[in-house]
Design a protein. Structure first.
Length: 302
């Protein structure tokens, strides 16, 4: 190949790349493993249709080993991604920038792509707080037990501590180290003590006698394993408010049995909708139609 032809190819490649970088990014999606349970695509695409926006949103099943490659490919023409189980912590390794809130939390559930770079955010914590608030559940000075210590639990724990709650954490025994890491992080970053409760029936029952709110921040009870329950409801006092961040099904076994017992319950749809609305604000700068999003999710879950 002559120098002239090589030079022309380089110039053509540069022009093509510049056009691609400057072209409208209209691809969005959610990645996780598994991903069949997710209704993010249904919810977001309903918003785009309602507002007449030229964007598409799809679900992607991505295993841990393919995470870095998937992020790199999305840098080319995606505007953004949501991140769900189990990648919210691991994905941080492959991002170019992480905003201060997500850095504080130590987990990412929203990514924005711009100029072939990837920036991480976290909308889970604010989503949880808004869901509790719209259910008339106050947070400040309340004692809250969180079951789980994964990406969502991290975001929720940090946000609730910032809102003035007294938080304790219990994670399944084989992953106790995650609870210890979370408790240490909150102490180092916020100078607030977070109690770790052994994941045993006796210890959790003892803790529940002292708390106002119980939050299941694990996937236990999520479709298709709808008959699973994180703890037996008979150890939950009737005056404890029970929240489950699982939204599919709307009423998990934990919530169903807690409601039958007389507990006030908060399902996961509110948190799902509000974290999605915050993601839309980050990507598009819009105020999302919350009630349309909620109605779309509930209709699908019927």
């Amino acid at each position: 190949m002559s120098r002239l032809h090589l030079y022309e190819r380089i110039i053509n490649y540069s022009i093509t790349k510049a056009i691609k970088m400057n072209s409208k990014r209209n691809k969005l999606g959610v990645m996780g493993h598994p991903i069949k349970h997710s209704l993010s695509a249904v919810m977001h695409n309903a918003v785009f249709r309602e507002l007449g926006l030229d964007y598409t949103y799809k679900s992607f099943d991505v295993i841990k080993e393919h995470l870095e490659d998937f992020i790199d490919r999305c840098k080319e023409d995606f505007l953004g991604l949501n991140v769900t189980i189990p990648h919210k912590v691991e994905v941080m390794k492959f991002l170019d920038e992480i905003n201060s809130e997500a850095q504080l939390i130590g987990a990412v559930n929203t990514i924005k792509f711009e100029n072939e770079t990837a920036k991480g955010f976290n909308t889970d914590g604010i989503g949880c707080v808004k869901a509790l608030q719209e259910s008339n559940v106050s947070i400040k000075d309340k004692k809250i037990l969180i079951l789980g210590a994964g990406g969502a639990a991290r975001a929720i724990s940090f946000q609730l501590v910032l809102e003035g709650a007294d938080v304790s954490i219990s994670n399944r025994k084989q992953r106790r180290y995650m609870a210890e890491d979370l408790s240490r992080d909150i102490k180092e970053k916020l100078d607030r003590d977070v109690k770790i409760v052994d994941f045993s029936i006796n210890k959790i029952e003892e803790e529940l006698r002292q708390v106002d709110i119980l939050i299941n921040a694990t996937p236990v009870g999520m479709f298709p394993n709808i008959n699973e329950i994180i703890i037996p409801v008979d150890i939950i006092p009737r005056d404890v408010i029970v929240m489950d961040i699982v939204y599919n099904p709307v009423e998990t076994r934990l919530l169903r049995e807690a409601k039958m017992k007389g507990c006030k319950v908060v399902n996961g749809v509110g948190m799902f909708v509000h974290q999605g609305a915050e993601s839309l604000r980050i990507w598009l700068g819009i105020k999302a139609p919350i009630e349309l999003m909620r109605e779309t999710v509930l209709e699908k879950l019927k």
